[in-house]
Design a protein around this ligand. Sequence first.
Ligand code: HEM
Length: 534
Amino acid sequence: KKCPIKPTEMARNYEVDRNTKSQETVYTTSNGCPVPHPYATQRAGVNGPLLLQDFHLIDLLSHFDRERIPERVVHAKGSGAHGVWECTDGLEDLCMADMFKKGKQCPITIRFSTVGGESGSPDLARDPRGFAIKFKTQEGNWDFVGNNTPVFFLRDPAKFPHFIHTQKRDPATHLAGGDDSTMFWDYLSQNPEAVHQVMILMGDRGIPQGWRFMHGYYGHTLKIVKKDGSWVYAQFHILSDQGVKTFTAEEAASQSADYGQKDLFESIQKGDFPSWTMKVQTMTPTEAEELWEKQRINVFDLTHIWPQKQFPLRTIGKLTLNENAQNYFAEVEQAAFNPAHMIPGIEPSADPVLQSRLFSYPDAHRHRIGANYQQLPVNSPICPFKLGNFQRDGQMAFFNQGSRPAYLSSIEPIQFKDRPYDLNKVHGKFVGEAISYLSEIRPEDFNAPRKLWQDVFPIESKKRFIKTVSGHMKTCREKEILKRQIAIFRHVSPELAEGLEKELGIKGYESIEGMYFNGTHNGMGSRKIPANGM
Ligand code: HEM
């Protein structure tokens, strides 16, 4: 006789479980057997050893022993919440993505983070901030994995692990940057293309006031595509409706380590929902080539920005965070954001850093969470159709696709959607010359940092910048490194270099002309960095 209840039925459903009050639940072991009290260790007699048969205790301890998963190798400290995307203005004339049709809504999860620090490190560290968004659209998930600055330290992905290692603990002393900044400045003084990002990091915008008062930038150039296969380049900006607010180093030092978490959680809890406006800059392939020819700005180089006067921002929609996670681990820590999660209408550009990130994130997720991480509720897509594919098994295979064939069967065929557009058309054309300039320093690398110093930073900001950088440099053990870095700053502005020299009481090198940088190809061999025009 068949049992009326299926053995595959579960007592739990995620949505029900996360909203269930403690008072409504009954204490059980993990196999669902009620236990009268949690402190019920079995021992042999009054003073005897413990019993191996005590599954309740073994269940408890062995699960406890496995509570930790690896923290993210970067961006380990963060906060997250859920909310909604609404396309207020539409982008149908340029992009076929369903979520960009005017009036469309979808659920979102956002995770903000610092970059270099460990999971328990302070939210208010001077560090770029991660700004990662999962849009659960009708066509699959689009993950926007950006930062709060539009540029980055590098354009050659091979440098990323080196750079990040200089932010982490020293292998011998186990000291982090606060006590010893030698590695940090060693890297930067050998890789001058980082100077634009360093100017932002060490300037007044270096410490955002929690997570609500900062913008987010995709940073990389993307391609947005229409149904006919035509496309333009795009740069996405997420601008804070709360405005931008920052802390000085002194203000940040006096706040709690979890300032960002507390501020975000409490504001959502009391109904003061933070929101952001999504905007986009677009550029045709021809304009991109002209930008390179005339202004030496390569759209595949994320150490540079697109000038906003030439490529104005256009509003697409709004993101609002209106729900805290019920369970931080399940809904934020296990969230897996991946730049390779794209939807029809959004394509990667040839930016080499973006290209390598497309590999790195899902690779990290398989290590950090496991092969079936996409099946977890926070990561799982929500589409109007039933999902199927040929991935099977592995640890925690929750949705293992029943008895459906695990190969491309002609007996029980799977359905396919039409190709969204002619791929040949989308991938046909690339702007050239990105590769050859990956690790070469160019005069243009100094244009934006110089503009920041000369035209953007007011006098008080300049003073603070010199104080911040020199304060940080004081824990650098090698004078030689500082002399090099001062030469790089002199290239931005002699006034800046002199200010640092005065604070530090040392003389930096006069010029980067003829200097060798181990991070640049034109500083290592016969092709030295040219002096003129810089
Ligand atoms: C996190 C790699 C550059 C933004 C991560 C993680 C890895 C990684 C392995 C951890 C992922 C996880 O465990 O979930 C890289 C590599 C890069 C790079 C190899 C360059 C070659 C960038 C850039 C940005 C960025 C340029 C921003 C424009 C983020 C953010 C997170 C992150 C926001 C945290 C996502 C979250 O909250 O879970 N990165 N990254 N990364 N990265 Fe990158």
